[in-house]
Write a protein that binds this ligand. Structure first.
Ligand SMILES: *Cc1c(COP(=O)(O)O)cnc(C)c1O
Length: 417
């Protein structure tokens, strides 16, 4: 969304306030042109003969978003069998879907094998079971390089005590299992966590993956996961994708010539592709002045956008209804009956009740983490695509809240009397 002649608009002059009029508030709005731009930026940053991006769809799973990424040439990274099934429904070939489960049941892994998707194994006992049950079925092994990365302990997954991946110190054991069960290892994977600031840290992990890869014959790909950080605040530090791309490309090409074959380099970004494409628009119900604070209370809360409360994440907030007014300092809060603060002491152009506030970076891990807490409906979602606003998810209704509730007849009868 950009400011143009005194009003905010999306690509193709699409008016965010008109979307709120049509579909109501609160509403998630995504701009497909931003996703396209980020996808191309990553493609342009990598210079290797075989490169593949697998979108980590847990960030935003709407089927239209999946299809848009498929048209760009993306594959899919999935973490549950339901995400695999959504990917298949969206039209992805099974071989373009990577399934990277953690602590799921073996039945779920069997299902994924039946679908024919790529399987990524992150646990020695599962590797043994898998090799025993599916000899010759290709697998990828998730290595834990013990790199501490990530802006937040909840999303750092590559450190020594992490539940993710097989420690690179256990490679001798992995090799023994692979050899004795004749397992076909087609790829190695790492994912050190979200929000890696530092290209150096990423490359240290990559070097561990290259060294490990030299110990396995016949690999066809190396998957370097993700963790690319995007800016959340003005002047925020973000991963320098161009620098990362040129460094990793060079090392990857060197690796391939040492290894003696041309492998595929894979990345599986979620946040990088969709975070900045999304905005969450809410209506201000009340402006409340206390002794020291001006609160702006919006028609949403941690039920719709939990990242500020769960991770302490910063989402920029601006007043779409008053683009050029004078700024004041506000604390923006939700309507949930516990403390649900979106932002403290934010400079926002003057807010009146009824104004529309927009939250930035609402594309990744926002709507997919929404709940029905306080029996509120989850918001509608709209995709701005090729100059038009399309409803891609309806706002819920009372029917949705009651859909899976089962009434006990005797209790229902008591009330009827
Ligand atoms: C969540 C996840 C990703 C995506 O992480 P982002 O920080 O959103 O880019 C990639 N790979 C795996 C295995 C994941 O679990």
């Amino acid at each position: 969304m950009v400011l143009n002649e005194g009003r905010y608009e999306f690509a193709g002059n699409v008016d965010p306030l008109a979307i709120c009029e049509t579909y109501g508030c609160p509403v998630y709005i995504y701009d497909s042109s931003v996703i396209t731009k980020q996808y191309k930026r990553l493609v342009d940053a990598i210079e290797v003969p075989n490169f593949k991006i697998n979108y980590a769809c847990k960030a935003l799973t709407n089927i239209n978003i999946l299809r848009h990424l498929r048209t760009l040439g993306s594959g899919l990274d999935t973490v549950s069998i339901q995400e695999v099934e959504l990917g298949l429904k969206a039209g992805f070939n099974p071989t373009d879907i990577v399934y990277t489960p953690n602590c799921v049941s073996f039945e779920e892994i069997e299902k994924a094998v039946a679908y024919g998707v790529k399987i990524n194994i992150d646990n020695i006992s599962i590797l043994e079971l898998f090799g025993d049950r599916f000899p010759n079925h290709p697998v990828c092994i998730r290595i834990n390089p013990h790199i501490y990365a990530g802006g937040n302990s909840k999303i750092s997954v590559g450190h020594i005590d992490s539940k993710f991946g097989i420690s690179f110190h256990q490679i001798p054991l992995v090799k023994r299992i692979v050899k004795s069960l004749n397992i076909n290892v087609e790829g190695l994977h790492m994912h050190t966590g979200s929000d890696i600031l530092d290209v150096e840290v990423f490359l240290r992990g990559a070097d561990i993956l290259f060294n490990t890869a030299m110990e396995f014959e016949g690999l066809s790909y190396l998957d370097f996961g993700s963790g690319f950080k995007v800016p959340y605040k003005p002047n925020d530090i973000s991963t320098d994708i161009e620098e990362l791309g040129s460094n990793i490309s060079k090392r990857f090409n060197d690796f391939c010539s040492n290894y003696g074959s041309e492998l595929t380099l894979m990345f599986e970004p979620g946040k990088f592709l969709v975070s900045e494409a999304g905005y969450f628009l809410t209506k201000v119900n009340v402006v409340k002045q206390t002794i020291s604070t001006i609160f702006a209370g919006v028609d949403s809360g941690l039920n719709h956008l939990i990242r500020p409360m769960f991770y302490g994440s910063h989402h920029e907030i601006f007043n779409v209804s008053n683009p050029e007014g004078k700024s004041r300092i506000y604390t923006v809060v939700g309507y949930i009956c516990e403390t649900d603060t979106f932002g403290v002491n934010r400079k926002i152009t003057e807010i009146k009740e009824g104004d529309i506030l927009a939250f930035k970076n609402a594309g990744a891990y926002c709507s997919t983490m929404a709940s029905n807490y306080n029996s509120r409906y989850r918001p509608a979602e709209v995709l701005v695509h090729e100059g038009e606003a399309h409803l891609i998810k309806k706002r819920e209704t009372m029917d949705d809240l009651l859909r899976n509730q089962v009434e006990i007849p005797t209790l229902a009868n008591t009330l009827a009397q």
